[in-house]
Write a protein that binds this ligand. Structure first.
Ligand code: AMP
Length: 640
């Protein structure tokens, strides 16, 4: 049993201040959020705090601001101009330090580069870059001129990149010659070339130099960033945009094959993140904050770029893998930069836990004051290890629940308001303004201790503005299961003390190493292989990644199953979706288990995949197929 009596527990209980703030935020949300909004610099104050035409919310309507101005300009007007904004650590060991004034200089020049290529307000720009300072600088430069960025994780394949470009109809793609990953070079420009062949909307490609690779450059389409910077001016005014102007579009997997372009606006998003960040991380002027996520995910957008920089925080940005060139790389970085707040994922912790405490003990981690976790529920063993070995039993852990759609952290301890006694594995309580509840199939609140669906009952400023070009899908995905409530897709339970415990996805979405992958997306990729007729994907528990992918596939008649074919299909999925979607196991079966109406019985596949109990089979079309799947599973397991 883990020890939950932490040293700070008795000092802060009974948790009066949080309760007061939380109650007030729900009683008068508009008054509450207006007060929070005043913490930002607006070019024009809003007329209306919230226009709520369910399910579309518009925050701070009539107000005008600029996200880049919030994150950079307003700091350079103060002493922070000489403060470190970004400590960047490259995987090979090179490093760069950018002060706020250097960042200011670069965002202006990058904004000039964008303008010189004809990019303006409302244009979509795709950013496919490794974790180099150019990535946040380009995000901010887009925001500066009102362009809308779409960051595509640099581990995604050419096809995945092309799909996202095509959905947004971006005119400009920004990439790099290459990026480092575990000592190898990932040739991003070559992948981009393949993607651009499939994306006719792209007119220009900017290439940043990182890996000293010499890619092919197509005249009049491809430009080296350093050449463009030579012609850039040093000042581009931050364009005042409406509060509801889209800041970015970020794609996430859902329950259908097509990823959803989640749109986040400017005013509401920044207000929410500015406040949530302060509440959760209790950021101070002297903090050195490191979030180890990739900027390509929402955590990177909100918790590496927009929220910390809004606060003028000093952040660490690390390019590479946690275990390269040695397994103590993360601990080395914490020591090197004197990190005070470290925010990572349970997968990362579990991975490094494997190498033992001695790797940690090589380093002085005494600068740490607060630890964070995100991406999936943190299991008590990992929590305890993190608490004891990384936090030296003195740093609280903020377990933060949120999603791409929520824009910012929703359920989490909030030391910036008041510490709640922690319970390892629980994200504790909703932040102020987050009207979270757990409901049953009929939308009724479930009693304490009963599992149900996590919903948010009223709008909050960080919420997505919609799905790009698809309002109908937005309504159906989030607002139709429980009319009037935002459906998160997660199961949760509340304990007798009111603590929220997140219990994983209730829909057909897998969480692989903290990344969301839709089962149907993988199935589409499998079926696009010429040997396959039908496929179904399930997951099984994985000690490091949380879940791992198991594919069941039926083959065309003329094709015989073989290990060679499995490896071909595995490669095919990697090429189509990217390495995160690589299955751990592939099983060829004669038939997939389906309901009478033809729906794949995922529960069965999951049970078979993870070797657990199958449960009730009465809705199965043909019980024999379960035995068949199980038999095939057992047989193939021996074989693999
Ligand atoms: P994404 O939009 O990719 O960030 O994924 C969001 C999903 O990650 C949520 O719907 C949850 O299933 C899961 N998740 C994120 N943070 C946590 C957490 N602290 N505890 C449990 N699940 C989490």
């Amino acid at each position: 049993m883990v020890n939950t009596s932490l040293s700070f527990e008795s000092t802060y209980w009974p948790f009066k201040r949080y309760t007061e703030v939380y109650k007030r935020s729900l009683q008068d949300p508009e008054g509450f959020w207006a007060e929070e909004a005043r913490k930002l610099d607006w070019f024009k104050t809003w007329d209306t705090v919230l226009e709520w035409q369910p399910p579309f919310a518009q925050w701070f309507v009539g107000g005008e601001l600029n996200a880049c101005y919030q994150c950079v300009d307003r700091h350079v007007k103060t002493w922070r101009r000489s403060k470190v904004a970004i400590y960047w650590e490259g995987e090979p060991g090179d490093s760069r330090v950018l002060s706020y004034s250097t960042l200011y200089r670069w965002v202006n020049k990058f904004a000039s580069v964008l303008k010189n290529l004809g990019i303006g307000k409302g244009d979509r720009v795709t950013l496919y870059l490794p974790m180099v300072p150019e990535l946040p600088i380009f995000m901010l430069a887009c925001a500066r001129i009102g362009a809308v960025h779409t960051v595509v994780f640099s581990g995604f394949s050419a096809q995945a990149l092309a799909d996202r470009i095509n959905d947004t109809q971006a005119k400009l793609l920004v990439t790099a010659d290459a990026g480092f990953r575990r000592g190898k070079l990932l040739e991003l420009k070559n992948i981009s070339d393949e993607a651009v062949r499939l994306s006719p909307s792209i007119e220009k490609v900017i290439v940043a130099r990182r890996g000293n690779v010499i890619p092919k450059m197509k005249p009049r389409r491809d430009f080296w960033l350093h050449d463009l910077l030579d012609k850039a001016v040093v000042f581009v005014p931050a364009e005042p945009v409406e509060s509801t102007h889209p800041l970015y579009i970020l794609y996430t997997s859902g329950t259908t094959g097509k990823p959803k372009g989640i749109i986040h606006g400017t005013g509401g998003y920044l207000v929410f993140n500015n406040s949530a960040y302060k509440w959760v991380f209790d950021i101070k002027e002297e903090s050195v904050y490191w979030c180890s996520a990739d900027v390509g995910w929402v955590t990177g957008h909100s918790s590496i770029v927009y929220a910390p920089l809004c606060h003028g925080a000093a952040i660490v940005l690390y390019e590479g893998a946690p275990d390269y060139p040695s397994v103590d790389r993360w601990w080395d970085i914490i020591e090197k930069y004197g990190v005070t707040i470290f925010y990572t994922s349970p997968t990362g912790i579990r991975m490094l836990m494997k190498y033992g405490e001695d790797e940690v003990k090589k380093h002085d981690l005494s600068s740490l004051e607060l630890l964070g976790s995100v991406g999936e529920a943190i299991n008590p063993e990992a929590w305890q290890w993190y608490y004891e070995n990384i936090g030296g039993e003195r740093c609280p852990i903020v377990d933060t629940w949120w999603q791409t759609e929520t824009g910012g952290i929703m359920i989490s301890p909030a030391p910036g308001i008041e510490y709640a006694p922690l319970k390892p594995g629980s994200a504790t309580f909703p932040l102020p303004g987050v009207n979270a509840d757990i409901v049953d199939e009929n939308g009724k609140s479930v009693p304490t201790g009963e599992k149900g669906y996590l919903v948010i009952k009223t709008p909050w400023p960080g919420m997505l503005m919609g799905i790009y070009q698809d309002p109908q899908r937005y309504k159906e995905t989030y607002w139709s299961k429980f009319p009037g409530m935002f459906y998160t897709g997660d199961y949760a339970i509340k304990d007798k003390d009111g603590y929220f415990w997140l219990l994983g996805r209730a829909d057909e979405v897998l969480k692989i190493a903290g990344h969301r992958v839709g089962t149907i997306e993988i199935e589409d990729a499998v079926v696009s292989h010429q040997a396959v007729t039908e496929a179904a994907v399930a997951s099984k528990p994985d000690p490091v990644k949380g879940e791992s992918i198991v594919v069941f596939a039926t083959l065309k008649q003329a094709v015989s199953p073989s290990l060679q074919l499995k490896s071909e299909i595995r490669q095919h999925i990697r090429r189509t979706l990217g390495p995160i979607a690589t299955p751990d196991e592939i099983y060829f079966v004669a038939k997939l288990p389906k309901t009478r109406s033809g729906k794949i019985m995922r529960r069965i596949l999951k049970a078979v995949a993870s070797g657990s109990n199958i449960g009730d089979l009465t809705t199965l079309e043909d019980e024999a197929s379960v035995d068949e799947v199980r038999k095939a599973y057992e047989e193939l397991k021996k074989e693999v």
